[in-house]
Ligand binder design. Structure first.
Ligand code: MRU
Length: 387
């Protein structure tokens, strides 16, 4: 991602951070997404508790980035153990991984990344490696997870670019009109984004695109993050309220929808930010193709029925009752309550779009039907018959 012309990832290890417990203490750096688009604040996470809080309280968010952050959190946990007790222990670190897994429930990338780190710990134990090697091995795995995320998202962009090109050929007179929900962009991943990667790559390839950005109540990831990112990259876009998508589709103003996902079942059901399902219903009713972009770690191969088996995060009432923003005249952050003081609110953060409403899944290996046959066709290593 390019921010004011400077290339960034959404998570990185600062150069001065050493892989020891010497000074300055090692840290992982993130962009504090709660402050965007008003302030660009970089935050140092130094402990596994910092990482836990950053995930739970959404300093960072988005399924792939949550996974990468947890993987780095395991490195920090190993360094902490070295600081506190002399030597890291695989047993203690396996417990730390279980603690980190509790930070948020819905995105499967969190458990997936922590499983990879657990495998590193188990392998080190089984091979009788000296525990002092654990920090360096956990860091290497975290870096691999982050680098793989960047590569997968770039590949998703290439796959999605084909779809956008085809759409442009059908109607070359105007920019391809794409609607997206929430933020499945740079900031939700280590780089490129999932849903946004095809948009960036189409824009870079000279294919005119225009993006309808759902504001995405209650946390406004669309208004605060997606609009900001697209603006930084120069992609034409327009912010709309969450309820506008159906109307735009009825009037032929949306050529395709592309969203991200926090967990996709092996049968192709898609769990994503609350409101995605309603967009998919409207798209179906209006014959608008509805695509979901995902790197393969977002597939939960163990789950078949998204509606009954995916845990949906319930977040606090305050996110619904109080709207944060920026007061331009005071040049300061501000919050306002938008309901009577006594009104209670419910805040389910995700919903499930059944596979029947999805046109195709855009993965790093290709675009497939939202079905077990489609997914296993691209990822035969997950064919139940062979596992
Ligand atoms: O609650 P959030 O902001 O973490 O939700 C994020 C989303 O729903 C994204 O669409 C999803 O994680 C895909 S990100 C590539």
């Amino acid at each position: 991602m390019n921010i004011k012309g400077t290339p960034y990832r959404s998570i990185w290890v600062p150069e001065e951070s050493s892989n020891t417990h010497a000074n300055p203490p090692a840290s992982v750096r993130i962009i504090d997404q709660r402050q965007l688009p008003h302030r660009f604040v970089v935050e140092d996470l130094q402990t596994k508790e910092d990482v836990f809080r950053a995930i739970r309280d959404m300093h960072l968010r988005g399924a792939p980035l949550i996974g990468a952050a947890a993987a780095y959190g395991m490195w920090l946990a190993a360094l902490q153990q070295a600081r506190d007790g002399g030597r890291p222990s695989a047993e203690g670190l396996l417990r730390d991984a279980d603690d980190l897994a509790e930070a948020r429930p819905t995105a499967v990338n969190l458990a997936w990344a922590l499983e990879r780190q657990k495998a590193v710990l188990r392998e080190a134990e089984a091979s009788g490696a000296d525990p002092s090697v654990l920090p360096e091995r956990l860091l290497a795995e975290a870096i691999a997870i982050a680098d793989e995320d960047v590569a997968m998202n770039h590949a998703i962009g290439q796959q999605g670019l084909g779809l956008i090109k085809a759409m442009h050929t059908l109607n070359p007179e105007r920019p391809v009109q794409i609607l997206t929900h929430c933020n499945a962009g740079w900031l939700a991943t280590v780089d490129w984004g999932t849903a946004t990667s095809p948009m960036y790559q189409a824009h870079d390839a000279g294919i005119p695109v225009h993006v309808w950005v759902d504001e995405t109540r209650p946390r406004n990831q669309g208004a605060q993050l997606t609009a900001w990112e697209l603006g930084q990259h120069g992609v034409p876009h327009t912010l709309i309220v969450d309820n506008a998508g159906g109307h735009l589709m009825q009037h032929g103003q949306v050529d395709m929808v592309i969203t991200g996902t926090d967990r996709t079942t092996r049968t192709g059901d898609v769990c994503n930010k609350i409101g995605t399902y309603l967009k998919a219903l409207a798209a179906k009713d209006n014959g608008v193709p509805f695509y979901v972009a995902l790197p393969s770690p977002t597939i939960d191969w163990e789950v078949r029925d998204g509606l009954t088996e995916i845990p949906i995060e319930e977040r606090g009432e305050a996110e619904v009752r109080v709207v944060p923003g920026w007061k331009d005249d005071a040049d300061a952050a501000a919050e306002v309550r938008i309901c009577p003081p006594e009104t209670r609110a419910a805040n389910p953060a995700f919903d499930v779009t059944p596979s029947r409403l999805v046109t195709g899944l855009i993965t790093e290996r290709g675009v497939c039907d939202p079905s077990e046959a489609g997914l296993v066709g691209l990822f035969p290593e997950h064919d139940a018959a062979t596992v």
